[in-house]
Design a protein around this ligand. Structure first.
Ligand SMILES: Cc1cc2nc3c(=O)[nH]c(=O)nc-3n(C[C@H](O)[C@H](O)[C@H](O)COP(=O)(O)OP(=O)(O)OC[C@H]3O[C@@H](n4cnc5c(N)ncnc54)[C@H](O)[C@@H]3O)c2cc1C
Length: 499
């Protein structure tokens, strides 16, 4: 492995429910195919980058405008001044089923920077381990069964309850179900152990909310994709480089395709010229014009921009939909110890405030950290979010010591706490009605962002999907049929009968 490539670069570098084009025909002006057409993509998160790169591939002149000084949005990295290290704003994991995110990484040539695993280790306070792994011999959905049945962290009753629940979820749950995951767990006789150690920790924390406010179809989707459909869909990926370094590939891709990335240039307002069919966007650094606009913003930023957009019918309805969204918090604690703490790459930590451990020294060996750098992730915890830096780090280190005795004798050299208060949007029952499609109420303007109607929860995959949907909608408006959405992984084994 070339260490020079993996060194963190600074400055610029760090830092199917789909809406088809036909539904947008009334709103997007049809144009003759024309590679001179230009598009401004607003928002340099995964949604904006994936839309921009797809549109550059389609031959449009693309400008990607980002408010911050670096790309990545909620999935980015930066040099933390307190510890003088480049850290991710939080560990981000992907799964084999994230076909659009993987497609985006492939397009920009960074897919080989993802390290994949088919195992997950659960640890109880005291250190007892349970390894969840896929059997190579059993067809889906049975591939995870042997390790689940051997799990020391679950009682016989817990395992029977989980097996029953998995069987019930083999069939897709109707998307319009109004049931919460909590109600469904009660109705399906889940034991306290199964709820605490599996549903709350693995599923609810993946959806970053409590079981009582998660819509059942979203929880069912996570179960089907990660545990039932196939071993390939459920394998977990982690970046071997800081997240923002992945996006150097996007910047380079855009440049090679005649595009441009404009950083530190938040869009403040937008005006549509009916006569010339052009958009003019006012940014902090000047005005920009284009034939098309893709607004790839989180819902709060979209709400702020909305009053500065041209008044049109439909804007109020969009504002009302945005108003139904809420975000949940995620915290991460970054710890540098002077010695090795564990031989594991990552683990699920049971029964405590800290939920996930990622051993960044092992996942990102180029760091050449003396000792070890661990990141702990705490999902949906109002309690943790309210703590001071000192309280949060002290609690995290104390709890970590209950799982890994080596923490006791190890010197903590430095530590950082990152609180992302608006990390992911929540998915309560009925949220789908509030997620708009790519079509916006304005001419030649499409929406993207993880909160758009992709059928996926708040993830990088949802963002990449929304970007690809937006790119298809823009191309369709130029009467160019382009396909950017990557197909879902097909269920394998017996799961083929339960599509
Ligand atoms: C702590 C944390 C942990 C997470 N863990 C995971 C995980 O493990 N796996 C996973 O798949 N997902 C995870 N997510 C969710 C994932 O990060 C998001 O779903 C995804 O990054 C959203 O991408 P986006 O492009 O839709 O939005 P964003 O990333 O929010 O990007 C929007 C961009 O628009 C910019 N912007 C805002 N206003 C303007 C303006 N007026 N002009 C120009 N630019 C503007 C913002 O600066 C931002 O860069 C996590 C999120 C957080 C915060």
């Amino acid at each position: 492995m070339n260490m020079a490539i993996l060194r963190v670069r600074d400055a610029a570098c760090i830092g199917d429910d789909r809406n088809s084009a036909q539904s947008s025909a009334g709103i997007l002006r049809r144009m003759e195919p024309d590679s001179d057409k230009s598009v401004i993509v607003v928002g340099g998160g995964v949604a904006g980058m994936s839309a921009a790169c797809a549109l550059a591939e389609a031959g449009l002149r693309v400008r990607l405008i980002e408010r911050r000084g670096y790309l990545g949005g909620r999935a980015s990295s930066y040099r933390h001044p307190g510890v003088d290290e480049v850290i991710d704003n939080c560990q981000h994991v992907l799964f084999g089923c994230c076909t659009n995110l993987i497609g985006f990484y492939e397009r920009i040539g960074v897919a080989d920077r993802i390290r994949w695993t088919n195992t997950m280790t659960m640890i109880e306070p005291g250190g007892r381990r349970t390894l969840l792994a896929s059997s190579r011999w059993l067809p889906a959905p049975l591939h995870g069964l042997p390790s689940l049945m051997r799990a020391k962290a679950l009682t016989r009753e817990d395992k029977k309850a989980l097996a029953r629940a998995f069987r019930a979820l083999m069939r897709p749950v109707p998307a319009d179900s109004k049931e919460t995951l909590g109600e469904w767990l009660k109705r399906n006789g889940q034991t306290p152990g199964a709820i605490e150690r599996f549903w709350r920790l693995v599923i609810a924390s993946a959806l970053n909310a409590d079981v009582d406010v998660i819509a059942l179809p979203y929880a069912a989707k996570v179960i089907r994709e990660l545990f039932l459909n196939s071993a390939a869909a459920g394998r977990m990926g982690m970046s071997t480089v800081p997240l923002s370094q992945l996006y150097c590939g996007a910047e380079q891709y855009l440049r090679e395709h005649g595009g441009e990335v404009v950083l530190s240039a938040g869009v403040e307002s937008a005006a549509w010229d009916e006569e010339t069919s052009h958009w003019t966007l006012a940014t902090r650094t000047g005005a920009l014009t284009a034939d098309f606009v893709v607004l790839a913003l989180p819902f709060e930023a979209m709400a702020r921009l909305l009053p500065q957009m041209p008044p049109v019918e439909g804007a109020a309805a969009l504002a009302a939909r945005i108003g139904k969204h809420e975000h949940g918090p995620i915290c991460s604690v970054h710890l540098w110890f002077e010695r090795e703490i564990t031989d594991l790459d990552h683990a699920v930590l049971l029964d405590r405030e800290i939920h996930w451990m990622y051993n960044k020294s092992r996942i990102q060996p180029w760091r050449e950290t003396k000792g070890s750098y661990l990141e702990l992730v705490i999902s949906a915890s109002e309690k943790f979010t309210a703590m001071s830096r000192e309280e949060a780090i002290e609690l995290a280190v104390t709890e970590l010591g209950e799982f890994f005795p080596a923490v006791g004798g190890a010197k903590l050299e430095k530590a950082a706490l990152v609180k992302e208060v608006r990390a992911t949007f929540t998915v309560p029952p009925g949220i789908d009605a509030a997620r708009p499609g790519s079509v916006s109420p304005w001419p030649n303007c499409v929406l993207a962002g993880d909160w758009i109607q992709t059928g996926w929860p708040s993830t990088m995959e949802s963002a990449a999907r929304s970007g690809h949907m937006a790119a298809e909608a823009v191309c369709a408006a130029m009467s160019e049929r382009r396909k950017f959405l990557n197909a879902n992984l097909k269920p394998r084994g017996f799961m083929r009968w339960f599509c």
